[in-house]
Design a protein. Structure first.
Length: 202
């Protein structure tokens, strides 16, 4: 089942991103470190050569070129990347789902892509009409991801299982380690096809 009310928007997310006039004469000499999680297609992924690619990466490269900025991309699991931004160890994250909580802590770029958080299940498993139906159910989520943040807020009775990377979420769901999994719809359908987990539905 797709929870249509859980629309999410993706944007580039910055701890700070000063204008050149505000940052002093060395602004264009700085190397801005942008964190990303490679298992996030179509937003961010590594190409055949192992280089960062995707909607977000192309957008950041275009902005950097226009502004004459030097950017270094740093890959890690999502939770590690998110904590690095909180600590100030990196300057930005290539793509992040919007939430009011995040908007209070970071400077969020203009949203550029809309998607929906989707609840995936094995074919034949009971469908879910609302988050209240998740009481006592095991739900796989990306650690520190937008679905993790959302379910902690609205589904306190669910038994959340936080994992490091998106492909692992669906693989473990298919293996019967949980009742459901929640993740962005486009990424979920991409990995179902890539991993041939066609027994999973929404």
């Amino acid at each position: 089942m797709m929870l249509k009310t859980l629309a999410i928007t993706f944007c580039c997310t910055f701890l700070f991103w000063a204008e050149p006039s505000q940052a002093g004469e060395n602004f264009n000499e700085r190397i801005f470190v942008v964190g990303y999680e490679a298992d996030s297609p179509p937003y961010v992924f590594n190409d055949a050569q192992g280089e960062p690619d995707g909607f977000s990466i192309a957008l950041i490269k275009a902005v950097a070129k226009e502004q004459g900025l030097h950017v270094h991309f740093q890959e890690a699991a999502w939770a590690e990347t998110f904590r690095a931004l909180e600590r100030g160890d990196i300057d930005a994250i290539a793509a992040m789902g919007y939430s009011e909580k995040r908007a209070k802590n970071f400077i969020l770029g203009t949203p550029y892509l809309s998607d929906e958080l989707t609840l995936f299940r094995r074919e034949g498993s009971p469908s879910v009409a609302s988050t209240g139906d998740l009481l006592g159910k095991k739900v796989l989520v990306l650690q520190s991801g937008i679905s993790h943040e959302y379910l902690l807020k609205v589904a306190a009775g669910a038994k959340l299982i936080a994992v490091k990377r998106w492909p692992e979420i669906l693989s473990r769901l298919a293996a019967g380690e949980a009742d459901y999994a929640m993740m962005p719809n486009m990424a979920g359908r991409y990995f179902i096809k890539q991993l041939q987990l066609f027994e999973l539905v929404s």
